[in-house]
Structures are given as structure tokens and as C-alpha cells.
Design a binder for this molecule. Structure first.
Ligand code: GCU
Ligand code: CA
Length: 138
């Protein structure tokens, strides 16, 4: 199943501001992290079973510097300094996909800036786990 988690929706935490000044986002806005290494956007995601899930991160990066983030799952860095290439404008959104190990039940996934400029603007993450799609009553 694939579930979307908006960057601006609690229990997600945006270490920065929730902005809506660049169009094309989903939901009511996006996370504009503070311009600092270690600035973060953290999500709480659910998995039906333990295993590897696909994490799709929708973001925009309209400047030309290199933005990168550590992908931290349940406190452990699973991908260090993962690159978020420029998208050509702050209203141009792209999706970056990484594999993450999840526990059954609740997990935290933190995107933690590894460059001084902070994160790219983050719209949402989508988590796809290996669970089969639900079929009504069967
Ligand atoms: C601009 C842009 C922000 C972005 C920031 C940045 O200020 O409007 O949305 O987050 O640049 O470089 O991080
Ligand atoms: Ca920013």
C-alpha cells in the first residue's frame, strides 16, 4: 500500500516554517527548513509489517547550490548526505526515492540537512510497503 504524509501535517515536524508561497504543492503547504545543517523535517509513518519500504520524497530546490540530507529512520542514519538535485525553480517539484527499513507499526523518518543551506523545500513523503492492497471485507 502507498500512504502519503504531508510535510505540514502533524505529527510531522518542520524545523523551519510551513510556507505556501510557491505553487504546485500538495495539501496546504510545504516545509521550508531553517538554513542550517541539521535542520529537519520529520515524519511519523506506519508500516503493516517489518521490511523494506520505498520512500518517495517530493521536493523543490530552486537554487543552484547542492542540498543534501541524511535519511534517519528510527534514529539510525540509513542514507548519509543523500543528494536533492536542483529542480529548476521553487515551483518545480521532483520526486526522489530511497529504500528504508521499517519496523511494524510506527516509525520516525527524519530528513536532516547535511549542508548549511538546509533542506530543499519538502512537500510530502509517500511510503510504499510490501503489504498487499486492502480488499473490502476479504
Ligand atoms: C527562497 C525560497 C524558499 C527556500 C529558500 C532556500 O527563500 O523562497 O522557499 O526555502 O530560498 O534557499 O532554502
Ligand atoms: Ca529553505
Amino acid at each position: 500500500a502507498t500512504v502519503r504524509y504531508e510535510a505540514e501535517s502533524s505529527p510531522a515536524v518542520c524545523n523551519g516554517t510551513i510556507d505556501s508561497n510557491h505553487t504546485g504543492y500538495s495539501g496546504s503547504g510545504f516545509c521550508n527548513s531553517s538554513n542550517a545543517a541539521g535542520a529537519y523535517n520529520q515524519f511519523t509513518v506506519n508500516a503493516a509489517a517489518a521490511g523494506t519500504a520505498s520512500l518517495a520524497i517530493r521536493y523543490a530546490h530552486g537554487a543552484t547550490d547542492t542540498r543534501s540530507a541524511d535519511i534517519v529512520v528510527n534514529g539510525a542514519t540509513v542514507a548519509a548526505a543523500s543528494a536533492f538535485p536542483a529542480t529548476g525553480g521553487w515551483t518545480s517539484w521532483s520526486t526522489k526515492t530511497v529504500s528504508v527499513p521499517l519496523n511494524a507499526g510506527s516509525n520516525t523518518i527524519r530528513l536532516s540537512a547535511s549542508s548549511a543551506a538546509g533542506l530543499a523545500n519538502i512537500d510530502y513523503v509517500e511510503v510504499t510497503d510490501g503489504a498487499p492492497p486492502q480488499q473490502n471485507g476479504r
